[in-house]
Write a protein that binds this ligand. Structure first.
Ligand code: HEM
Length: 223
């Protein structure tokens, strides 16, 4: 049964929609959490510490955080694998026999593919930068995310990587939210306008909220 669903295009699109919505929920929470940087180092670092102790005493140190990490990794892999398989299917289904020029994918399809690749690379960079500190520009300090964030956004390449990724994120969420709603059957003639508005507002708020942090550091509001 599960195999049949996974093998169908509708099944893969459903996996994409559900995993995308899980990641979107995480992003809304992450964006709101990041805005605490405007209230100073004490509050931001305290929030990062809370992320590790949430659920105690029932949960051990970092258990909840690891649970969230596992859900996110599973969602990201499911999202990427189904996207890849759907796009292979799409290419195979093209009538290419008598066509000399390769038919071009639509603007939305190309934006989603490139946006997805940019975001995948960004997430790897971002974790190596601010979670493990492997590629961090300054001296990475465990437990002091405020200073780590300020260090990252004090370099031109840190600002560039993040701002480009946030713009890609906005475009990806804008189209992705709309597609997910259609796949999950929420679309209808009367609701489509409202769904488009929600997708646009969500994309705009996420992009603006995330970009506010590097802009805050660049302008000296956060230092
Ligand atoms: C300006 C934008 C962003 C800032 C300032 C920021 C900041 C941070 C910081 C400080 C951490 C480490 C948290 C800690 O160790 O306590 C983190 C982790 C993370 N961020 Fe971001 N983030 C931003 C955008 C994003 C975006 C757009 C995504 C996804 C597309 C993302 C996904 C993640 C993930 C998956 C983690 C790892 C969480 C973990 O398991 O520790 N972030 N971020």
């Amino acid at each position: 049964m599960a195999r049949t669903v996974w093998d169908s295009s509708v099944g893969k699109k459903t996996v994409m929609a559900v995993s995308g919505l899980i990641m979107l929920l995480y992003l809304v929470v992450h964006m709101i959490g990041n805005l605490k940087i405007f209230f100073g180092a004490g509050e931001f670092n305290h929030y990062a510490h809370w992320l590790r102790t949430v659920g105690e005493p029932f949960m051990h140190y970092e258990w909840t955080l690891w649970l969230i990490r596992i859900v996110l990794v599973v969602a990201a892999i499911a999202h990427a694998v189904s996207a890849y398989q759907l796009s292979r299917r799409d290419i195979r289904a093209r009538p290419s026999k008598y066509v000399h020029k390769k038919p071009r994918a639509t603007y939305a399809t190309r934006t989603m593919r490139w946006g997805g690749i940019i975001l995948g690379l960004f997430i790897v960079w971002h974790i190596l930068d601010l979670t493990t500190g492997t590629v961090h520009s300054g001296g990475f300090q465990e437990g002091h995310p405020y200073q780590n964030v300020v260090d990252t956004f004090s370099t031109w390449y840190g600002d560039t990587i993040y701002i480009v990724a946030m713009l890609a994120l906005g475009l990806h969420v804008r189209h992705g939210f709309w597609s997910a709603a259609q796949t999950l059957g929420a679309g209808s003639r009367s609701r489509d306008r409202a769904l488009k508005t929600v997708a646009n507002v969500l994309a705009l708020l996420l992009t603006a909220g995330f970009i506010a942090v590097p802009v805050g550091v660049m302008t000296g509001v956060v230092s």
